[in-house]
Ligand binder design. Structure first.
Ligand code: DGL
Length: 267
């Protein structure tokens, strides 16, 4: 019975997975959460599969030590490279996140889809398998968002460097007539306004945040792990570097009245 009050554990290579935390908090306001930001080791996107697996295991062990009841891998790079190993190694349920190319494939009218993600995600076997199953009449323009995660981790979301990089990555997509752009990294929803300003209102920006929150709810239900009691939920954020940038992003995006704490922790 006690277990339902245990936290939903969430990890990412950095602060980007807070975009997923937000969706989970909104959909499941009674749930306690523990968020792990492995910013010391970010970005994961240029690391080898072996390194990503090792880091994902380390994060999982921390969340398990803190009695989490389910683990959300709020990182496309960690999901596409490591979730299979995590599911084999541990009995706790895992929720993963993958680029939403299937929903984009259903919505496109021009049959040209853009996808912005890390090198680690685009090169993964899992991503390759998903894209191979799509309709052959679709053109998918993949683009590595090199440097974007670094700038976000440094607190430079609204910088001229960011605008230049986004223009460089998105202009070829517009020229190729994309009408849907998939954000295949959990850091990128924080760039949505800037992306919209560059690509214009006719291009749909698609991310997987809400779908991940829904899946978390479904799996908690299936395992009888939903917290139904009306207590004020607490949300703890742990980061293994200076917490300034994480604090700023949470101050900007967390609705008032939500009980959060942010801790610098070695893990
Ligand atoms: N938020 C991670 C993802 O969704 C960022 C990856 C990275 O650290 O490069 O892929």
């Amino acid at each position: 019975m006690q277990k339902v009050k245990n936290s939903i554990g969430i990890f990412d290579s950095g602060i980007g997975g807070t975009s997923i935390w937000k969706e989970i908090q909104q959909l499941l306001p009674k749930e306690n959460t523990l968020y792990l930001s492995d910013s010391k080791n970010a970005p994961y996107g240029n690391r080898t599969k072996e390194e990503i697996i090792e880091l994902s295991i380390k994060n999982t062990e921390f969340l398990l030590k803190n009695d989490c009841k389910i683990i959300v891998v709020a990182c496309n790079t960690a999901t596409t490279n490591a979730i299979k190993v995590l599911r084999q190694k541990y009995t706790i349920p895992f929720i993963g996140i993958e680029p939403a190319i299937k929903p984009a494939a259903l919505q496109t009218k021009t049959n040209v889809i853009g996808i912005l993600a890390t090198k680690g995600t685009l090169n993964s076997e899992l991503f390759e398998k998903t894209s191979a199953n799509l309709d052959s009449k679709l053109t998918i323009m993949e683009r590595v968002g090199e440097g974007l995660v670094d700038l976000i981790e440094k607190g430079k979301i609204y910088s001229s460097e960011m605008t230049l990089l986004l223009e460089k990555y998105l202009t070829p997509m517009i020229e190729a007539n994309v009408d849907c752009i998939v954000l295949g990294c959990t850091h990128y929803p924080y760039l949505k306004n800037q992306i919209e300003a560059i690509v214009g209102p006719s291009v749909k920006i698609i991310d997987s945040g809400y779908a991940v929150a829904m899946q978390t709810q479904n799996i908690l239900k299936q395992h009888n792990l939903l917290n139904l009691e009306n207590l004020k939920a607490s949300h703890k954020f742990c980061i293994n570097i200076d917490k300034t940038v994480l604090t700023e992003i949470l101050e900007e995006h967390v609705p008032p009245g939500i009980n959060i704490s942010i801790e610098e922790t070695a893990f």
